[in-house]
Design a protein around this ligand. Structure first.
Ligand SMILES: C[S@@+](CC[C@H](N)C(=O)[O-])C[C@H]1O[C@@H](n2cnc3c(N)ncnc32)[C@H](O)[C@@H]1O
Length: 347
């Protein structure tokens, strides 16, 4: 090899796919490096969609108004996700502030950390921890903080998790029936369904999704082995004999949500987080929680009301806050969002 050849840059050959545009998710090179295609990203956002591989933060202005961030503050973003809210909060706590982003999803957290580092946020200001927010008090203790000045939790799954077929959350595109936010812990949705009794599955469909056909679906699905998400969705439609996708869509969506909540133990993580919050905030510290499910909102509301009565909180949101109609129009994924806040009392 000549010296010239040796110093020549190595170009990576683009993936080969049949036709003009990639069809399989694995071949969609733009989705895997969304940040490298700002014009494509802007076009998709302008059309009211979320570009695959990204997540659009919801109710940003309302959250910033609620948390009243200031330079030097110590903040926990309990659900880092794509880092959309963190990127908006960080400028408000500089200079001198620190934001720690928690998430249970190590796959996305690594990418988010790299993205925020490339935006110029160094270790002294922005840190990440692979941690369930149920353990927020441990994170605060390990950081030797007296308490956080502000905590944000934006519950549920990120758009990246839903839109990546291999994570198994989507019933629109086939993937393994997994649904774990942290794929290295717990059991997949497929194993969960196979090992759960019909009556238990029916109760779960009722409790997690208010599913009107809970009993018949519990009977029809429990103990069966489903390998793929679309196969599972088809079984739900079959049991309900809903042939038109319009009728079937809400039922399939509810069952997927109910199973996801169970597989990731989402309600008990939220209950533990809510219990830990007063002890994780400093006096005057503020928390804002975004929910997308009535079961979550009920828990947040009750916990804040109980904290106000017992004197742990000095103030709470009297009314739930909702995204503006403009935000819902420009980002339909915001439509079911509810925001509540609380302020820690000096006890
Ligand atoms: C809706 S997304 C957050 C999006 C983020 N606010 C943004 O602007 O990019 C929710 C994130 O919370 C994470 N998550 C869900 N439950 C969690 C838990 N118990 N502890 C820590 N992270 C959790 C999910 O993995 C997901 O990344």
């Amino acid at each position: 090899m000549s010296a010239e050849e040796e110093s020549a840059p190595i170009y990576k050959r683009r993936l080969r796919y049949p036709g003009k545009n990639p069809r399989r998710f694995e071949d969609k090179y733009k989705e895997h490096a969304a940040g490298n295609y700002p014009e494509t990203l802007a076009k998709v956002v302008a059309s009211g969609k979320t570009p695959v591989g990204t997540h659009r933060p919801i109710m940003v202005r309302e959250i910033l108004d609620t948390l009243k961030l200031a330079p030097g503050m110590l903040v926990v973003d309990a659900t880092l996700g794509y880092g959309g809210h963190s990127a908006e909060m960080l400028p408000h706590i500089c200079p001198g502030g620190v934001l720690i982003g928690l998430d249970v999803d190590g796959i996305e957290q690594t990418k988010t950390e790299a993205r925020l580092r490339s935006m110029g946020w160094g270790q002294e200001t922005f840190r990440v921890r692979l941690s369930n927010f149920a353990g927020i008090h441990k994170v605060i203790a390990e950081e030797r903080w007296e308490g956080a000045d502000a905590v944000l939790a934006d519950l549920g799954v990120s758009s990246m998790q839903i839109d990546t077929p291999s994570r198994g959350f989507s019933f629109k595109v086939d993937g393994p029936l997994d649904m774990r936010m942290n794929p290295s812990r717990g059991q997949s949705a497929s194993r969960f369904i196979e090992s759960t009794k019909p009556d238990d599955l029916a109760v779960l469909f009722m409790e997690n999704a208010d599913e009107p056909h809970a009993a018949i679906l519990g009977q029809g699905l429990a103990g069966r082995r489903f390998s793929g998400t679309t196969q599972f969705a088809a079984a739900i439609r079959n049991i309900l004999s809903l042939s038109s996708s319009e009728d079937a869509e809400p039922a399939v969506r509810r069952i997927f949500q109910a199973i996801r909540i169970a597989v990731n133990d989402e309600f008990s993580a939220l209950d533990n987080f809510l219990r830990s919050l007063p002890g994780s905030l400093r006096a005057g510290g503020r928390v804002a929680i975004l929910t997308f499910h009535s079961g979550e909102d009920r828990r947040v509301k009750k916990s804040f009301q109980a904290g106000l009565q017992s004197g742990q909180y000095s103030g709470i949101a009297e009314e739930v806050m909702r995204p503006s109609p403009e935000e819902c129009r420009s980002n339909p994924r915001a439509t079911s969002a509810k925001l509540r806040w609380a302020v820690r009392a000096d006890f």
